[in-house]
Design a binder for this molecule. Sequence first.
Ligand code: PEP
Ligand code: MN
Length: 346
Amino acid sequence: MRNSLKQFIAGPCSAETREQVLQTAKELSEIGELTYFRAGIWKPRTAPGSFEGIGEKGLEWLAEVKKTYGIKTTTEVATPEHVEACLKAGIDALWIGARTTVNPFYVQQIADSLKGIDIPVFIKNPISPDVGLWMGAIERFKLAGIQDVSVIHRGFFSYAKGIFRNPPMWEIPIKLKTEFPDLQIICDPSHITGDSKLIEEVSKFAMQLGMDGLMIETHPNPTKAWSDAKQQVTPDRLKEIVQAILKSKSDTDISHEELEKMRREVNLVDSQMLEDIAKRMLIVKEIAKFKKENSATVFQHARWKFVLEESKKKAKELGLNEEFVEDLMNIIHKESLNIHHTIYNS
Ligand code: PEP
Ligand code: MN
């Protein structure tokens, strides 16, 4: 697995109890291959009043994980005080959360607190899709003398609610890889998907795009987790995911490098196309609600004729087969009508 996953980080979203941390670590140690055990100690939560992390005593549990199972540990830091406590507790690597990367003042303070210290740092992408801000944070740590800086791609906030909690916008990590070919990019499918059922496919896709590793939230009893319950997988499920990734890797190994590159490009376009279709369907939902509230008819012939004609014109401009584009638009329209039907009957 080391060939395909240079970094493999797993563990709970948050450290909750000593038992939960040690049980997760025990089960994960049986998978092997882990480069780091993760657990959030201080949790940046959107709303006040929700669980904001167990605090410093969780660091002792992480130290126990390392001592008992020989796995290196990592946690999120957001202030120089967090850094100090982690260094004192012997945490092996630190990560900067998405809500911290957005703020250059915080990033600089943390970087300054690490001057002269040799510890790996993972930088999560900022919440907003701003590659410059992400690169700026990398630079701040490098300028502070940190040798081992890598990044974690956890998707970007979107107001529109689609299938992903934080849409991946794959073109952004790809741009980063192009700018810094030696930079390791670790994909965090947990925060991208927000859904344990989608972890496997997004993990595979990330590996196919040439990402260097994965960070996956793992909990012995995900539905009971104190944070991010919907997206955590059990260690057993993680084992299956890892095996599936290994298998898909060996399937692709038999083909030619050049072909793989083109396939990855096609996969990327397909994924973007589906994201665009998902966006279109969200707008259709809004239109359907509006029409329902205003007692308008579902199907307006002149409007549909206009959409079809415009699509065929565009097809011609783009050198696409007009008949194919008409078929495609008809399939999309059929689904739009289904959405109208559901909304009118709700
Ligand atoms: C986390 O890893 O649990 C976390 C809070 O992540 P992010 O900063 O990506 O939201
Ligand atoms: Mn989380």
